[in-house]
Write a protein that binds this ligand. Structure first.
Ligand code: MD3
Ligand code: FE
Length: 200
């Protein structure tokens, strides 16, 4: 399925790879616990986040940014090889991503329509991996008021954002609770692989 340059690869990861990835993410989370950041408007985000890689996403009074350090002051763990190989297989790029953002959604979590534009260069694709409960993903254009399309992302689906869709508004409207048994307690994990900066 393809719309506005967004490539959805349904069922890209089989069940055993999905299960292995959950263990990989649990291991990352042991070194980099999930955070509940504030929005720029002073509200708690419903999505919990952590990361692996040279930089990860943090938020504090001074705003949102990529940082080499977790809120605890400790560097992020490296991106695990099984996650890196998904990027390499799909993009065919020699360049590795700098960051694997990890979002955890419980059944009430959602992510409002936003653009990802804190990376230095939008020519690089973003690769997104869904694990766990189905999620209603919405993607529009690079104009907030533009038309949007919705698609249910299922466990094992991979989305590639490149070209014009790299700057498209997008978000997660809701989950379908208990639609997957991958995570024992339910919920959804989303991994996004990004190039954040060109080498200096
Ligand atoms: C379209 N995550 O982490 S993944 C995010 O499911 C984010 O957790 C959502 O939006 C999630 O920023 C959506 C699909 C996705 C990821 C990155 C994109 C779509 C995108 C970047 C540009 C355009
Ligand atoms: Fe995003």
């Amino acid at each position: 399925m393809e719309f506005q340059g967004t490539r959805v690869l349904p069922g890209y990861l089989d069940k055993s790879r999905q299960m292995a990835l959950v263990e990989t993410v649990r291991d990352v989370a042991r070194h980099a616990p999930l955070n509940r950041f504030m929005t720029p408007y002073g509200k708690q985000m419903s999505v919990r986040m952590t990361a692996a890689g040279r930089v990860g996403w943090v938020a504090d009074q001074t705003g949102y940014r990529y940082s080499a350090f977790q809120p605890s002051g400790v560097p992020w763990p490296p991106i695990p090889q099984d996650i890196l190989s998904i990027w390499t297989d799909i993009t065919d790029l020699a360049r590795a991503p700098d960051c694997c953002l990890i979002n955890f959604y419980d059944e009430n979590a959602r992510m409002g329509l936003h653009q990802d534009k804190d990376e230095g260069n939008f020519d690089w694709p973003v690769v997104s991996i869904s694990l766990g409960d189905d999620a209603l993903f919405r993607v529009g254009t690079n104009d907030r008021r533009g038309p949007t399309r919705s698609v249910w992302l299922k466990s094992g689906d991979v989305v590639v954002l490149e070209g014009p869709s790299r700057l498209a508004y997008h978000g997660i409207d809701r989950l379908k609770p208990r639609s997957s048994t991958l995570l024992r307690e339910g919920g959804r994990l989303n991994l996004t692989l990004r190039v954040v900066e060109d080498p200096i």
